[in-house]
Write a protein that binds this ligand. Structure first.
Ligand code: GCW
Length: 671
């Protein structure tokens, strides 16, 4: 009975031809020298995998023979007399985390070599070899990540609720820790290491002072002990006012010596229990969280104070740029501008161990957003990308939406910034994904949501990776080789489907208030204007859309001149961002020849039709999918069709009530 617990590390028996191929590459598994906890993890994984795939695994051996799978670092290769210079040169270009896979001859034997500079590289190489073994891909020559920081951010609270989590309770059992370390923590480490994720922030950015007290530091240390062999560092979200709230200082002013000394002591205390502690993630002066601005200090003052405490231990601060004004927002202001307005002037003022963490778009994890203007604009500050893996605005874990395409679309966009135009990916020093992980048996709430964790990890390792290639791998590993094409086709259309039935043509933030599930474009009575959907779509008799050109909020000026110019004219604005940047009359002529009104309706209809098509495609796959996973997804797709119907009908009815226009021929009236 497939319940999804094994994720993409299923290691089910291979078909005969594949068995023979894999067997010929792994007649024995050889790791010269005494294993470290990390290389032992690689051996354990290979043993588990080969047992599953072949029915039995060769015992690890110290001696090379024909058909050996050999794991070795340069020092070991040298001892084996195999430190031939081309191999060594190739390895030295791969850094700490890279690996190479090679069929070669060593000591007169044909071997399959997994080589890396470090044991963690060997572990990554072992996972890569297993991926190839399972998918039948040819041995990947070599691979190394471009980003050194590849993190998950858990929005997990200490009471085990998860903010924006749709996969059950938090996997961190704070009550039972530190004495009881659930096997799930090890499986979590395996899954993440298999993707190359090398850090995790255990707790919500809406943090609590208690996280930094001795009992919780001990709990975090216990988790760190489990994750360490897998190359995953632990980080914590720190609440800026922690010392004040714990009543250990009289203020939280970052320039106060008392406060600085407190954080210094706190850092020393943490590093005593967690010597490789990664550092702090901070949400400050955003959505009611405390921060340096409470003391008329800047984000840089706040971040640098924490950075000074962590620097002696080589820790870092990830300071979030997700800020928007708590009060007095005027309808003519633009929330989309605030992060840039606050952070761009601070470029150059952050300490060396501070990274500014920026969401992919300037509003908030919408089904589609243009890239955040801070990418490329902060030339002197290392930036981290923050993607949301959990689908707060894309139908939770009921609606199918493969995010690989969203990640790819953002990462590959040219920011048109100096020196020669850089893609968003090229402006990054690190990447973070808000985890969709919980204690549900299948970890992610739905089987297809596992693909979003997978795609995030693979694209964190290689930001140039193509969403389709990643989907192909995941589908083969998760549902088996015979389902790949139809499953990948579903995945590749799924996110656009959601965009179409929720927020086509650049619409955004018209979801139900608070929970963000389902349509609510009519809401206009919330305490803050920038929480109201009407603030974002601005529909009226005269038209629809948010004017972010010079006639409007001029958010466009935050982009490089070339982009600002292109997007200032609706005719040269990509249609998927049209209403993000422009307020246009309902009869505006679209490239399709339809009016904007008819085009909007066509997108809603397309979204619903595609949701039905996703369901039909899944039903057709029934003979190829195991019953439990089939039925669990079928139920969700039924629910998705209902969600899409509601979105379509509600938005058509609401926008019609505003536009006052008749439905064009052929468009069904809303139910
Ligand atoms: O998207 C919004 C969410 C909040 C979240 C916040 C943030 C953690 O609705 O739940 O809080 O963003 O990113 O800080």
């Amino acid at each position: 009975d497939e319940d999804g617990y094994d994720l993409w590390l299923r290691y089910r028996p291979l078909e005969q031809a594949a068995q023979a191929r894999v067997q010929s590459q792994a007649r024995s598994v050889v790791l010269p020298g005494a294993p470290s906890p990390t290389s032992q993890a690689a051996l354990d994984e290979l043993h588990k995998a080969l047992t599953g795939m072949l029915g039995r695994a060769p015992a690890p051996s110290a001696r090379i023979s024909d058909g050996a799978l050999l794991l070795a670092t340069p020092a070991r290769l040298q001892e084996l007399g195999a430190a031939a210079s081309p191999l060594r040169a190739e390895l030295s270009a791969l850094g700490n985390d890279g690996y190479l896979l090679r069929q070669t001859r060593i000591q007169n034997h044909n071997v399959t070599l997994i080589a890396a500079n470090t044991d963690i590289g060997l572990l990554y190489g072992a996972y890569a070899w297993l991926r190839d073994a399972n998918t039948g891909a040819k041995l990947e020559a070599s691979s190394a990540p471009t980003l050194q920081l590849r993190l998950l951010n858990h929005w997990d609270n200490l009471d085990r609720t998860v903010e924006r989590g749709y996969a059950g309770q938090s996997i961190w059992d704070w009550w039972a820790l530190p004495d009881i370390k659930d096997q799930r923590y090890t499986d979590y480490a395996r899954a993440n290491a298999s993707l190359g994720i090398n850090g995790t922030v255990l707790n919500n950015v809406n943090s609590k002072p208690e996280v930094l007290t001795a009992p919780f530091i001990a709990k975090a240390a216990a988790v760190a002990d489990v994750l360490r062999p897998y190359g995953i560092k632990v980080y914590l979200s720190a609440r800026f006012s922690t010392p004040l709230e714990l009543k250990e200082t009289s203020t939280a002013d970052p320039l106060s010596p008392e406060v600085r000394a407190w954080w210094q002591r706190k850092a020393d205390e943490i590093y005593k229990s967690i010597p490789d502690f990664g550092g702090f993630l901070v949400k400050a002066n955003s959505e009611g969280q405390p921060g340096p601005q409470d003391y008329h200090r800047t984000h840089a003052d706040g971040a640098n104070m924490l950075a000074a405490a962590l620097a002696p231990h080589k820790g870092i601060v990830m300071w979030r740029a997700f800020v928007y004004a708590p009060k007095g927002t005027h309808l003519n202001d633009d929330r989309a501008k605030q992060a840039y307005d606050e952070f761009k002037p601070l470029d150059g003022q952050f300490a060396a161990n501070v990274l500014v963490q920026v969401k992919n778009g300037a509003i908030d994890f919408q089904p589609r957003e243009p890239f955040h203007p801070l990418f490329g604009a902060m030339q002197k500050t290392p930036l981290m990308m923050e993607f949301q893996i959990t689908k707060e605005y894309l139908g939770f874990s009921t609606d199918m939406a493969y995010l690989g395409t969203l990640f790819e679309e953002t990462l590959e966009t040219d920011t048109k910034t100096a020196p020669q135009g850089r893609t968003v990916a090229q402006t990054l020093s690190g990447i973070a994904g808000v985890a969709n992980i919980g204690s549900d048996r299948n970890w992610a709430g739905s089987h297809f949501d596992q693909a979003n964790w997978y795609a995030y990890g693979r694209m964190a390792w290689n930001p140039q990776a193509k969403a389709r290639d990643v989907a192909v791998e995941w589908a083969a590993l998760t549902f088996g080789p015979r389902t790949v094409t139809p499953v990948v086709d579903m995945m590749m259309m799924s996110r656009e489907t959601v965009v179409n039935y929720m927020t086509p043509l650049g619409l955004h933030h018209i979801m139900g208030t608070g929970h963000h599930h389902g349509p609510a474009p009519w809401v206009d009575n919330l305490e803050r204007p920038d929480w109201n959907p009407v603030y974002y779509h601005r529909a009226s008799r005269d038209g629809i859309g948010f004017d972010r050109t010079a006639k409007g909020s001029n958010a466009l000026e935050q982009y490089a001149p070339e982009i600002a110019r292109q997007f200032s004219d609706p005719k040269t604005t990509p249609p998927q961002f049209l209403l993000w940047f422009h307020h246009l009359p309902w009869n505006y002529a679209m490239p399709s020849g339809r009016t904007l009104w008819a085009e909007l309706l066509a997108h809603y209809d397309q979204g619903l039709a595609d949701a039905k098509s996703l369901r039909a495609r899944w039903v057709a796959l029934k003979p190829l999918i195991d019953p439990r996973r089939y039925s669990e997804e079928e139920q969700r797709l039924n629910r998705q069709v209902a969600n899409a119907t509601l979105w379509r009908d509600a938005c058509v009815a609401y926008f019609q009530s505003v536009s006052g226009l008749p439905l064009p021929a052929g468009v069904q009236p809303p139910a």
